[in-house]
Design a protein around this ligand. Structure first.
Ligand code: 5MM
Length: 339
């Protein structure tokens, strides 16, 4: 493990007000996204879409890193240039999703545990040789009647910590993603309590496994009421609740907290990140940034719809979302930027 390189990479991911573009949808997830717009599901259509994203002019002005799926890191532009070269030429750091997905947890109805540790050391070595400098593993936690169970939280935290230790051994920065889903009618207070418990458990396990906190990134959910909760809350309340939860649970040694969007609208994801940075500017030990998938890609995908004639407009939409979130990192986002 080269500690200095790990720390440099982790810091570079949060530097210059930039954030991460998550484009690591696995086969099933990208199919769901393409189905919304009747885009055909082939290896070539996925390659074309990923080429559209990665060749967006000036993407590197706002985006520090991109997370790829296994298929994507092996693909190239139509002219034969590998995607990894396109990314690094744009000044962006290539990352890779290494989990094998959240699977039903034995004996725990409605709960999931993420798999993928078997053979991970070998896969990380290969990804590092291909140019990946950071990796992502996502654990999925559901709030419901009597869940999450301690067993689910502990199993997922343990897997995240073992994954993170293996990444650092391979010289790859682990992005640790414990996602508490927005689905459900739970209150914001319940989301706060669960997020707090999950993060405490995750950091306990990271410490047990000897993970160097300065060389990792946390990718969490914001603290929000469930999607069908009767009491929704304002942007500032989300910002205050989220930051309070993280101040209680995330050690100052972690360089960056880069939120997932989790199904929030693009605008709301920018507004909430903006509020956090505006209200707490200069008062926090870590950078607060974004690692959005849907909240950056959705407008571009809805314009592209699989048509080459729409590529330029789709790239403009992708760049606008990247710029809005870059501004939100500085507390400088406003609705006027959307026009
Ligand atoms: C881009 O979507 C990622 C891959 O999901 P699957 O493994 O289910 O295919 C996902 O992990 C994503 O990186 C995070 O959830 C953040 O994306 P959102 O859309 O929540 O910002």
């Amino acid at each position: 493990m080269n500690k200095i390189e790990l720390i440099k990479t982790a810091q570079a991911l949060v530097a210059n007000h930039k954030g991460i573009l998550a484009m690591d949808e696995s086969g099933g997830t990208i199919k769901k996204r393409f189905d919304l717009y009747n885009i055909s599901q082939t290896e070539e259509s996925r390659r074309l879409y990923r080429e559209l994203i990665l060749t967006t002019p000036h993407l590197g002005d706002y985006i520090s890193g991109v997370i790829l799926f296994d298929e994507t890191i092996r693909q190239s532009k139509k002219d034969g240039t590998s995607f990894v070269k396109v990314i690094t030429d744009a000044g962006i750091i290539p990352g890779i999703k290494v989990d094998k997905g959240a699977k039903a947890m034995a004996g725990h109805p409605h709960e999931k545990v993420t798999e993928g540790l078997d053979g991970l050391r070998g896969r990380l070595t290969e990804y590092a040789q291909m140019g990946a400098r950071f990796a992502k593993w996502r654990a999925v936690i559901t709030i419901g009647d009597g869940i999450p169970s301690k067993a689910c939280i502990e199993a997922n935290a343990h897997a995240l910590a073992r994954y993170a230790a293996l990444c650092q051994e391979a010289g790859i920065v682990p992005m640790v993603e414990p996602e508490i889903l927005m689905n459900g009618s739970h209150s914001m207070e319940r989301c706060f309590t669960v997020t707090q418990e999950v993060l405490r458990t995750v950091f306990k396990q990271l410490n047990k496994q000897g993970v160097m906190l300065e060389g990792m990134i946390l990718k969490p959910n914001m603290v929000l009421p469930g999607l069908t909760c009767s009491k929704q809350v304002g942007v500032d309340e989300v910002a205050v609740g989220t930051v309070q939860c993280f101040l209680r649970t995330v050690p100052a040694a972690v360089p960056g907290i880069m939120f997932l969007s989790g199904g929030q609208s693009s605008e709301l994801a920018s507004e909430r990140l903006n509020a956090m940075n505006k209200l707490f500017m200069g008062k926090l030990p870590w950078g607060l940034s974004f690692s959005y998938g849907r909240a950056i890609q959705e407008p571009a995908l809805s314009i592209w719809r699989g048509e080459s004639a729409n590529v330029t407009k789709a790239q403009e939409a992708l760049l606008l979302r990247s710029k809005c979130n870059w501004a939100a990192r500085q507390g400088k986002y406003s609705a006027a930027m959307e026009k």
